[in-house]
Write a protein that binds this ligand. Sequence first.
Ligand code: NAI
Length: 466
Amino acid sequence: MSQIDLVVIGSGPGGYVAAIKAAQLGLKVALVEKDPTLGGTCLNVGCIPSKALLHSTETWRHLNHSKHHGIVGAEKLSFDVPTMMTNKDKVVSQLNKGVEFLVSKRGVEIVRGLGRLGKPGQVQVRGATGDRVLETKNILLATGSVPVELPFMKFDGETVISSDHGIALKSVPEKMVVVGAGAIGLELGSVWARLGSQVTVVEMLPAIGGPAYDVDIAKAAQTAFEKQGIKFELGAKVTGVKKTASGSALTAERDGKGLEFPADKILVAVGRKANTTGLGAAEAGLKLDERGRVVIDAHFATNLPGVYAIGDVVVGPMLAHKAEEEGVAVAENLAGKHGHVNYGVIPGVIYTDPEVACVGLSEAEAKAKNIEVKIGKFMLQGNGRAIASDATAGFIKVIADAKTDKLLGVQMVAKGASEMIAAACAHMEYGGSAEDVARTCFAHPTVSESFKEAAMAVSKASIHSL
Ligand code: NAI
């Protein structure tokens, strides 16, 4: 291979997208990956396998609630966890091959092994078939993140499990306790609850979903999940795990009072942390912050010349699409263009049923910035398509600037919110106002019309609500 322009370490959505974009722009690129398959956490053990399981279990739940559609005999149906897992594995494998195909066809060389920063301009790769040194003009670190482990209850893969185990259980646990009501806890809690597990989610904060969501949105989501049988223990700090006569129990504390939750499986989903394992960061003098993330400037440059970093290993939300945007931007910069990421318009989605999604500022965040806001809300109970589709749980909330009407943020609890939030992103990307959304023609009947109605409600002009 002639002189390489860019060596990307890590083939997750940040790394492989950067590699493809850089190759598209004419750079000579190598992509280093330690795992047997490409795609990183998102494709192998995160976003994609969880979506396959969410789809399987949602189908099962819907079939069991279909009598009013004239679909009878559901009580005779059963499910098979190993088949669900095989289907999930097939989905992952198809996409593994797809990513490898795309990357290779763009002329990117895939180098298997653990990448490590060598002398300036060098990446050492330790592979199964030996070591190799890649000489390169630029290096991009896209090494992702790993689950956070609670120091007093380490993952054992049996009772105390991470999301990696939670997507690969062989049978339905009778009792599952989920620690953390963030995206992972709610998604995987939903998967196993739908299959009959008694799921209790123990969360330190007073609301579910994390700080990006307003309290009214979090509350609506919680109510919907409780109707599906998930129990929530909020404001409870986990203290440990203990053996009991019948198995194990998670111990926690609320207002100084001890709590105990019997569990066959304890899924710990309390966040993820930057992964720099094996990179040789200290030896190379790579600067990390207090949370172990690689420090970068506004152009993704680290303190080492020619070394850049993106995705979960740097500051910002740990989201695949944020990493992808950064991958494109850094590749464009290296090709002499002007890459840019609009961090104000990065959507967040929790893929439950209903889904929970947000973009931009919440009402609380806007108020904390002393921005005067106008709020428009529309309940899905007033939407025809939602009524026809058993999807009336939830509502859409539009947060607009009171002075300019500019869209500041959109939040939703709704079936299909993951798709609907894209319209909100597009309007915000172009600096749209609530009136712009209100005057956009949406197809009827769609649940998306609720977004238009919420935008109309900002100026108290909703047609389908009072
Ligand atoms: P998270 O940071 O989203 O949520 C963790 C939750 O655990 C928080 O609500 C926190 O208050 C709680 N918590 C922390 N320590 C606790 C303790 N000791 N006891 C009780 N509760 C405690 O983390 P999560 O769900 O593990 O996800 C990790 C990362 O992966 C996040 O950045 C998330 O955005 C991303 N992710 C995104 C998905 C999506 O976009 N759909 C899906 C899965 C993960």
